[in-house]
Design a protein around this ligand. Structure first.
Ligand code: FMN
Length: 312
């Protein structure tokens, strides 16, 4: 698999995109929490991705939730990993320099339990070589911060306005689908100064063990991702695009092949990120980028729009 993975990479991507002023080599990135440099780099040249969105980075190291933290669903997975990560200081001296040395376009995913947490991480990243920041206000697996901020327009407006004063870097806000009015949430982010939106994060779900009657996850509920969420994710992207024609959007949710990525581009996304598919096949993001490259060959109108930072 290793040799093949490297040999299918085009040396020059024909179909690039631009997200909030940042050029991506192609419209396919990795989704946060499903990419790990040490695990993926033996299988493919990670710099070939449109962008790499890292695991959420918090002010101090976090352990995440107790196990079991993942369960299968008929067409995807449900996880309650929580925002496990070694903290921003470690990220700045270890992962980020390695990714940049490889030539990757890096979207640093920012996590927090409070507004102060997010502010501390954004301040530390302000002068870093990260290309974009992706503010995760949508994790369903943490008790404070995460999704509780992302489902409240006023709290979100306050947080994003504060982060805007701390960085000039392009700031993407990653939205939760677990809301009644996605457009109101998206608008609050744009009004507060977000440069782009990424959507969606996982939908709340669970599995139960039929022998014990107990939830399988130690956290009881978790976030559902994978092919089963694709139709919902598309509708969220489409609704936000209809309401906000100019905001750059990164579409995420259930993408496992080039055709899925193309659907998101037709829904109005400027780019996409691949998540759960990479948990089953580490090379999936690059395979999907190659499949999309071929599909865009026969869609010159869409390809030309993406290249200019516009959308369908
Ligand atoms: C194991 C796991 C960990 C994740 N961790 C994060 C995270 O740290 N930050 C974040 O913004 N999203 C995180 N996500 C959400 C994904 O980035 C993505 O938005 C979601 O899984 C939907 O895409 P998919 O259906 O392609 O997986 C995680 C998802 C999974 C499955």
């Amino acid at each position: 698999m290793m040799e093949n993975a490297h040999s299918v990479v085009p040396t020059m991507w024909k179909h690039s995109t631009i997200v909030a002023g940042v050029p991506w080599k192609n419209p396919v990135g990795t989704a946060s929490g499903t990419f790990n440099l040490a695990a993926c780099s033996p299988y493919y040249d990670v710099s070939q991705m449109g962008a790499i969105s890292t695991k959420g980075v918090s002010p101090i190291p976090w352990e995440g939730n107790p196990t079991p933290r993942t369960a299968e669903t008929p067409c995807g997975t449900v996880n309650a990993v929580g925002l496990q990560n070694p903290g921003v200081n470690h990220y700045l001296v270890d992962e980020l320099p390695k990714l940049k040395a490889l030539g990757a376009t890096v979207v640093t995913n920012v996590a927090g339990h409070s507004d102060d947490d997010y502010a501390e991480v954004v301040e530390k990243l302000a002068d870093s070589p990260a290309d974009m920041l992706e503010i995760n206000v949508s994790c369903p697996n943490v008790s404070h911060g995460g999704m509780s901020v992302g489902t409240d327009s006023l709290a979100l407006y306050r947080l994003i306005s504060r982060l805007r004063t701390l960085t000039d870097k392009p700031m993407v806000v990653k939205l939760s689908p677990n809301v009644t009015d996605i457009v109101a949430i998206a608008r609050a982010c744009v009004d507060a100064g977000a440069d782009a939106l990424s959507l969606i994060n996982t939908l709340i779900g669970m599995r139960l063990d039929i022998h014990t009657g107990q939830p399988i996850l130690a956290n009881a509920t978790g976030g559902v991702s994978g092919p089963c969420i694709l139709p919902m994710a598309l509708s969220f992207v489409w609704r936000v695009r209809q309401a906000l024609p100019d905001i750059p959007i990164i579409g995420i949710g259930g993408i496992s092949k080039g055709e899925d990525a193309l659907e998101f581009l037709y829904a109005g996304a400027n780019a996409v990120e691949v998540g759960a598919a990479a948990l089953f096949d580490p090379v999936a993001p690059l395979r999907i980028a190659n499949e999309l490259e071929t599909l865009l060959d026969s869609r010159p109108k869409l390809a030309a729009k993406l290249k200019e930072g516009k959308t369908w």
